[in-house]
Design a binder for this molecule. Sequence first.
Ligand SMILES: [Zn+2]
Length: 573
Amino acid sequence: MSTHVQDIKERLGIVDVVGSYIKLDKSGTNYKARCPFHNEKTPSFYVSPERSSFYCFGCSAKGDIFTFVEKFEGIDFMGALKVLAERAGVRLDKLSEAKDNRKELLYKILEDATIFFENNLKKDEAAHAYILGRGLTQKTIDTFRIGYAINDWRTLRAYLKGKGYKDEDVAAVGLIKKTEKPGGDPYYDVFRGRIIFPISDSSGRVVAYSGRIIVDDGKSPKYLNSPETVLYSKSKILYGLDKAKIDVRKRDYSILVEGQMDLVMSHQAGYTNTVAASGTAFTDDDGKDSAFGLLTRLSDNIVVAFDSDAAGQKAVKRIVPAISLGMNVKIVDIKGGKDPADIIKGNEKDWAKALESKKDFIDYLASTLVDSKATPAVVAKQVREEIFPYVRAIPLDTPRFHAIKRIAEHLAISEDALWKDLQTYVRANPPGRDTTAPAARSESRKLERLESIERKILGIIHSKKYFDGDEKKIKELEKIVGEEKAKIFKALTKDDLGELTLEAEVTYGDTKIEKECTLLLLHLEEEYVKKRLEQRLADLHRAEKADNATDDIMKDIDVLSKRIQEIKKLTTT
Ligand SMILES: [Zn+2]
């Protein structure tokens, strides 16, 4: 395997690989970009062609092309190997990889089951006619590897047993289940009488299934999804992403639909940047490692097109984590009780028209309220329940102000009143009470970044080779972080800093290190100034509420804002 890795590394340059995912700008002998692994406005993510590595000063992410693809696509090493091998045109010798590796065995079971389902569909005329009747072409069926699970209790189990797989392993990937009833064969197939949509990770390996029932028996669910397994995490996998990722990047937006049928039909209509929400648990617990985190690395722009029925409208609530990641969310208002698959089956052009009608999510949400001839009290309640959960999730002040302004315009109510209501709402629904909790998370992210920058600077300053405890730089650092923290820094010994200095030396060449350090100090100052600015803004709100004088606070805010602008200019030129 190591020769595969070497082969691939020789054929693919890190700049080409990373540059195919994010926009890189040349910076001396290196390249820099806004880091795909943490939120930032100014670039602190560096790619070194010389060392074939990348490094981020904001979040400490580092590694080679394999690490990058793993992190970026949210897959394991073998997945990254598959992605990069295909790119490099290196053939992977499957046998040598599969040796003694349980995960590989599980992937193999899923691959064999997928082929089995595909063949079933080819053989079963009724199932095949059903799927063609839904508007899918044979090409789409092949591309998405759509299959069929025969309506029988043990067909798949018998087939996989015949291939030599153990029941425990087949159960581990969620294909069979053990019955509690005594006597007879304890294991039975999970998917029966269903059209099978294989769900893949972003490298294209099948990890789970979604099965749609063909003949409704009135008691089984319409859709049945695989359970979570070692290979399938519902919060990290989006249906269709493996096929959509290149076009999401190219077109700079993704389309999010609800179901598998909607997705395959949208791809068939030419919107190959579509992904489906079905089966995915959208949380923002994992931040940038979540399903939306994966999407936002490809593009910040997302167009949500859920069904127009009540369930679809409820599903819109699932976009809150996308908003808290700072994504630019637009919503398509699908009318008349249809879903995207119906529309596309009717006429592909209507799908294009529907997508054209997308609205910014605030405009969409406000427009759902605007029709009602409600009393002011009712409107206020609706805003609180239907819009504030989204507004609260917006991570930055400026777009949040903008959202309030838009809501005020739509509903013809006062901006001030809305703003006050929002503050009350946030106080009454503090972060941590529900799954959104954007404020708390961004707070911890900020802290991480701050600490990370501080560590880098310390590393450079104490790196004997370059500065040998450069007094001037240490003074600058003290000025930014304050005396107390400076004392802690000074008390650190060479041993404490060994790892940091090494990191600095390895990361920077002999040149540029001075410039990097200056830049890092500016980034650090920016973090401290921002923190101070937030405190003063809170002071301002308090003072205004208590009708106290605000002149001094305003002056401070002005000075701090200007310094942030100055730093921005200095760090971007
Ligand atoms: Zn980063």
